[in-house]
Design a protein around this ligand. Structure first.
Ligand SMILES: Nc1ncnc2c1ncn2[C@@H]1O[C@H](COP(=O)(O)OP(=O)(O)O)[C@@H](O)[C@H]1O
Ligand SMILES: [Mg+2]
Length: 293
């Protein structure tokens, strides 16, 4: 029997604005629309950028209305990720939270979404028991894959907040791959060093997932990254290799990169992934799969 469990990938970076949300969505959109893979995407950021971008779809207005209505119902019926976390942290013997399409929104037939809610902010302040939350995402994914009504997913993507929250802790304790987008600037290598050197401390004693780092917003000249981008790619590569050795972590700097294109700004809100960028995401995915083995 081939392994049917989905590949679970969390996009993180402590820096905001590097493209976590954009890249996560575009990757899911490209995979689900250009292959027959099915994907689920979580918005775990209490700032809700992904959830809002999907709600504010400007191309047709249709999705906005459909999502808006669905989201209101989910909130009223207490079927949000916050309610799931609430049920999980209750002192009860069972994790009582039935999952279905009132909890999972179907953006398209093959691309599904679990939105964020503002209440996640307050949850962070109220729950102090880190280890009480650790198993949450893993158990939730188990519930989803056990539900006969929900066809199995090939990949699950998590858009994480730019800080280390209880939910990101829970995701990092169970995902296969951490994907770190960096931008070609002075801060890239420092940011990567910071994350790579702190992840072990944060996650121990649990085993670390694999870590893939890639350049987003790469300016190109002809078919290659510009000299400046190449310089920053080498810098990040160095930091990655050093940290991998000194921290004994399985970290890799990817060869594939996502080009900088203004068209991508409207991708989530209805424009879709610019056609000329589809191959960027397919290449990134190929490298993720190869790394995961
Ligand atoms: N490859 C890219 N080319 C051009 N703009 C990009 C690219 N990736 C992201 N952006 C833009 O950068 C900004 C920040 O992206 P976002 O995904 O919100 O970052 P994060 O989730 O890390 O805070 C957004 O305006 C987005 O449209
Ligand atoms: Mg974001």
């Amino acid at each position: 029997m081939p392994d049917k469990s989905p590949k679970t990938i969390a996009t993180i970076n402590f820096k905001g604005g590097v493209g976590k949300t954009t890249v996560t969505w575009c990757l899911g959109d490209v995979l689900s629309s250009t292959s027959n893979m099915r994907g689920l995407m979580f918005d775990l950021d209490a700032q809700m950028s992904l959830t809002q971008a999907i709600a504010l779809n400007e191309a047709t207005g249709f999705l906005q209305e459909r999502f808006g209505k669905w989201y209101e119902t989910a909130r009223q019926r207490k079927k949000t990720i916050f309610d799931a976390l609430d049920a999980f942290t209750k002192p009860m013997p069972h994790f009582d939270f039935p999952v279905g399409f009132d909890f999972i929104y179907q953006i398209t037939k093959n691309f599904h979404f679990i939105p964020s809610v503002e209440d996640l902010y307050w949850q962070e302040l109220e729950v102090f028991d880190r280890d009480g939350v650790r198993g949450f995402i893993g158990r939730l994914l188990g519930k989803i894959s056990n539900n006969r009504q929900i066809p199995p997913y090939d990949f699950v993507l998590f858009d994480c907040p730019p800080s280390f929250t209880l939910l990101s802790y829970s995701v990092l304790s169970c995902c296969d791959l951490v994907l770190i987008p960096v931008n070609p600037d002075f801060f890239a290598s420092r940011g990567v060093a910071l994350i790579l050197n702190s992840l072990r401390l944060r996650i121990e004693p649990h085993p670390l997932p694999k870590i893939g780092i890639f350049m987003n917003k790469a300016k190109t000249w002809g078919n290659s990254p510009t000299k400046e981008v190449q310089f920053y790619m080498r810098e990040v590569q160095k930091v990655c290799d050093e940290a991998a050795k000194s921290q004994a972590i399985d970290a890799r700097f990817f060869k594939s990169y996502i080009r900088e294109r203004v068209g991508i700004k409207r991708a989530i809100t209805g424009g879709g992934v610019p056609p000329e960028m589809i191959s960027d995401f397919q290449d990134l995915w190929r490298e993720c799969v190869e790394f995961l083995g």
